[in-house]
Design a protein around this ligand. Sequence first.
Ligand code: UTP
Length: 410
Amino acid sequence: MLTYEAAKEILAGCGQEHLLKYYDELNDSERADLLSQISLIDFSVLDNLKEENNFTASRGKFAPLGAVTINDIEKNHEKYSEAGIKAIREGKVAAVLLAGGQGTRLGFDKPKGMFNVGINKELYIFQCLINNLMDVVKEAGEWVPLYIMTSEKNNDDTISFLEEKNYFGYNKEYVRFFVQDMAPSVDYNGRIYMESKSRISISPNGNGGWFSSLVRAGLLSEIKEKGIEWINVFAVDNVLQRIADPLYVGAVICSGLQSGGKVVSKASPDERVGVLCLEDGVPSIVEYYEMTDEMRTLLDENGELAYKYGVILNYLFSVDKLEMILNNKLPIHVVEKKIPYMDENGELIKPDKPNGHKFETLVLDMVHMQDSCLAYEVDRRKEFAPVKNATGVDSVESARELLAENGVEL
Ligand code: UTP
């Protein structure tokens, strides 16, 4: 157990002494709790606030990457479908649902998967995803193991909700949960926020840590025992998400490439999505804000956008490669967020606009650790309906419209 003196020293070393400001006012158990939080925090993430550590400054040379297009996929439908279904039947494919985020933009204080997108009936985001996965289970005649990543903040709610709803008909024997790590949140001056006199403001550390958290939870041995070779990682918020999609799995297997990423054609050069491309000859995702005007508008020999394929957070990784890169360090992104905090009067404030930074690693950076990646094009109106915001772009409204367009009863 960390002593008060040791904690003070650690905090002095990184300019965060204020975390102990109320120590004298706390009772014994609150004191122990606070010291334990301090002992668990990796304060080195704060170094990422320094300009010289901003990794975007050190990006390599980008080049466009072509995709297997919707047309190509249609032409090879039978071949891909056969290979994908075979792999699923042989139990070689699992899915990982990234549901550890806090969904601050949506402004819903429960796990995002518990959000009801229905209009005349209940239709929860988790339900949409499970319904989509059930299509594959029915086609393959085999359950797909589903691993759900939660965070300390939403784990209990997620599990009790899915239990209460009987996993929306999914076989719970095939469902596992694991909890991701946390990182501190800071104000614009790099001072770590407090949520109360004894609680430090910490939040999930981004979706990039999913594999290491899964390993730490002891699930890798199970994955290997079951003979799972491919993991389809996907986000909670895309209600049209196809999961363990046999065509996609089959296309990646037939391509002989090491990984896959589902992409959509960008709606316009300025669309704010990350683009799957090459960086120094290996796959990479360039964020929209990292692209120069020239990259954004560059045309290929067919007059189409050269950097055309936006990612939708649906990747296929091989377990072998994931194990090989397990100890590779992912870059840490400093992201602006709305962070609840305790003010000088000891009151908890829930800000309505961003008030500081969180530190996150991102699954998209794992793509850059792959030797190769198949960009697999899908129709955005059929497979991309993210619920990020309450209204406007990528919102509950736009997702409802797309669900209805795809024949889902709301
Ligand atoms: P987002 O980048 O949309 O983040 O997550 P978010 O926290 O859900 O939402 P905002 O930005 O606060 O509004 C993309 C996917 O990654 C998961 C999310 O649950 C979502 O499926 N995620 C994100 C995690 O699993 N852990 C995290 O720490 C962050």
